[in-house]
Each structure stands twice: as structure tokens, then as C-alpha cells.
Design a protein around this ligand. Structure first.
Ligand SMILES: [Mn+2]
Length: 327
């Protein structure tokens, strides 16, 4: 893989540049259940457009999760908008349009009454936009936003650099996942030079553990067991994290920690969500194990090394004999 090739086609940036001279009103939209890359790309592009006097708003159907609220401009993200007030919609970090979860009640943004712009790095993206900035080589959507802003010759302030750096950090697992290319490092280096705040990202994303979260992780690790065939399994009922005043989202990351264990062929975290269904997260580091195939057996999916599924019928709890966290 030549990781230094441009992430976007320069002529598409030219097309957008020309389109922006017609003074469109643009709504930026990112996916539901947003992660660092969704928030970072939405906020970064929003601020750059705003600074360039473009009429722009930014929306996500879900609220910004607490751990991402430090991101500059996160407060600008609205959960609702008037779909008739815009000429163009800019989809960010959405592998499929339905990932926005606006498809039910904002049909106009998907119709041909809107100019659709599409910026993403998911392999499932079928380039539905009139102008597409889609590159599966990019480590994050923010990496593509960064290149786009450079091509549009828009100013990248230190706050915008922080937004874009955030997406690179979270989508590469702090520059440890397979997608960490030389181009990703290069973009990160330039963003730091432009004033991107690495400390804020490290403090808020990677070194932010509350007491209740550490207590919960402690319980999870204590109750972890490894089956004869090498599956590291742990289950967490809703009552357990609620007892600690924690939320299900406090379990985020514990599966990767469990999966660092060499003895495990693969790892499974089962956790009950607020509605009483069971969510399973699967990870493996072994080259011969495909957890995507395993998740698909339960109606889920994902990647070969990281996948998940949901069990709606809680009776399955007994059938698969998962051990729960207990006092
Ligand atoms: Mn992403």
C-alpha cells in the first residue's frame, strides 16, 4: 500500500471549491452513536467552513458522549434541524446513509432536492454523493478532512487541528491499529505543528478513568474465565454496573484489555444494555481466528479481528452459560 498517495481526488476538491462560490447553505451530518472520528470530522469541518463565511450547521441524531465533549465546537452539534433550510448535506464518516439514523424523519436530505457531499473512509461506502471524498486508505475521516481543507486553502486553527487529531487518535487506537500508515503519522505530525492539543486528547480519551469505571473493570477482570478451547469470556449484567453508579459505556475498552492476554484465542464480553438485551463484543489477535464469522452466527457482524452481536432473547444467557459478574 502506498500510504503517501493523496486521500482524495484533487478535481473533486476543485468541484467543491467552485460549488462553495454559489453560497450554499450546508448541513453537516455524522453517524448516530458518534465516536471520536465522527465528532472530530464534523467539528473540524464546521469550524473551517464557519471561518470561511460559509452558511453551515452541524448535526448528529445522538448527543455527543461525555468523553468527547472536550472536543472544540462539540457544543455546536445539534440533534435536530429543519431539513428545508439547506441546499446541501455533507455526510461525514458514514459508511452507509442509514448510519445517520436521520433516514426515517429527514427524507429530504437523501432526496435529489439536496446536493449530497460525501466524505468517508469505510469500505462499505458506495459513493452516493454528487461529490465524493472517499478513501479506504485513510486511517480516519479527519485525515481526509485535513487534506480537503488544505486543498480548499482554508485556515486550520489550533482548535481545528485538535478536532482532526482526535479522529486520527481514536480511529487508529492511539496509532497502534493496523491502519496506522505513514500518511496517518504525517498528518498527525502536521496537525501537532498547527497547534493540535495532544494532551487534551490523551487526558480525555486515554487517561480518563473514573473511580466507578475502575471498580467495574476490576470486577470484570476478576470474573474473567478462559474456556478449554481458549475463549476468554466475561458477562456483565446491568445490575452490576448500575450498582456502582456506572454506565454500560464505561465498559468501552475493557474488551481490548482482556484481548491483550496471550492465552486467549479470542475474547468475548457480554453485557446487558439498558433495554435488557445482551450485547456481545468479540476480539481476537490470533491470525487463524475469525470472530466476524462467529458474530454472524448470532446475527451480528464486523471485522475479522473485531466484531459484535446482540441477543434480544435473554434466555440465551442460560443456554450459552455465560458467567456473570458477582460480588
Ligand atoms: Mn472513522
Amino acid at each position: 500500500m502506498n500510504t503517501d498517495t493523496p486521500q482524495i481526488e484533487p478535481e473533486n476538491a476543485e468541484k467543491l471549491k467552485k460549488y462553495l462560490t454559489s453560497h450554499p447553505r450546508i448541513i453537516l451530518v455524522t453517524h448516530a452513536n458518534p465516536d471520536g472520528d465522527a465528532i472530530g470530522s464534523a467539528c473540524g469541518l464546521y469550524a473551517a467552513f464557519k471561518n470561511a463565511d460559509i452558511a453551515v450547521d452541524v448535526a448528529c441524531i445522538d448527543e455527543v458522549p461525555e468523553y468527547l465533549r472536550f472536543c472544540p465546537f462539540a457544543g455546536k452539534i445539534q440533534q435536530d434541524f429543519d431539513e428545508n433550510a439547506y441546499d446541501a448535506v455533507f455526510f461525514l464518516d458514514c459508511g452507509a446513509r442509514k448510519m445517520t439514523r436521520f433516514d426515517d424523519h429527514k427524507p429530504r436530505i437523501f432526496s435529489d432536492k439536496m446536493v449530497k457531499l460525501n466524505l468517508d473512509h469505510h469500505p462499505t461506502n458506495d459513493k452516493w454523493g454528487e461529490i465524493n471524498f472517499v478513501s479506504t486508505q485513510a486511517a480516519s475521516s479527519t485525515q481526509i478532512v485535513f487534506e480537503l481543507l488544505q486543498r480548499l486553502e482554508m485556515k486550520i486553527t489550533p482548535d481545528i487541528a485538535t478536532c482532526l487529531l482526535l479522529g486520527l487518535y481514536t480511529d487508529t487506537g492511539a496509532f497502534m491499529h493496523q491502519n496506522t500508515s505513514s500518511a496517518a503519522y504525517k498528518a498527525a505530525s502536521e496537525l501537532v505543528r498547527l497547534g493540535g492539543n495532544v494532551q487534551a486528547i490523551a487526558r480525555n480519551i486515554f487517561h480518563a478513568h473514573e473511580f466507578k469505571k475502575l471498580k467495574l473493570w476490576g470486577k470484570v477482570l476478576q470474573n474473567l474465565y478462559v474456556t478449554k478451547d481458549g475463549a476468554a469470556i466475561v458477562g456483565v449484567p446491568r445490575s452490576e454496573y448500575e450498582k456502582l453508579g456506572a454506565k454500560r459505556e464505561d465498559l468501552a475498552g475493557v474488551i481490548d484489555y482482556i484481548n491483550s492476554m496471550d492465552e486467549a484465542r479470542y475474547s468475548v464480553l457480554l453485557s446487558e444494555d439498558e433495554k435488557g438485551s445482551v450485547k456481545a463484543s468479540l476480539r481476537t489477535r490470533k491470525p487463524d481466528v475469525d470472530v466476524k464469522a462467529l458474530a454472524e452466527k448470532f446475527g451480528g457482524g464486523g471485522h475479522v479481528k473485531a466484531s459484535g452481536f446482540t441477543i434480544k432473547d435473554s434466555k440465551l444467557e442460560k443456554e450459552i452459560k455465560w458467567k456473570i459478574v458477582q460480588d
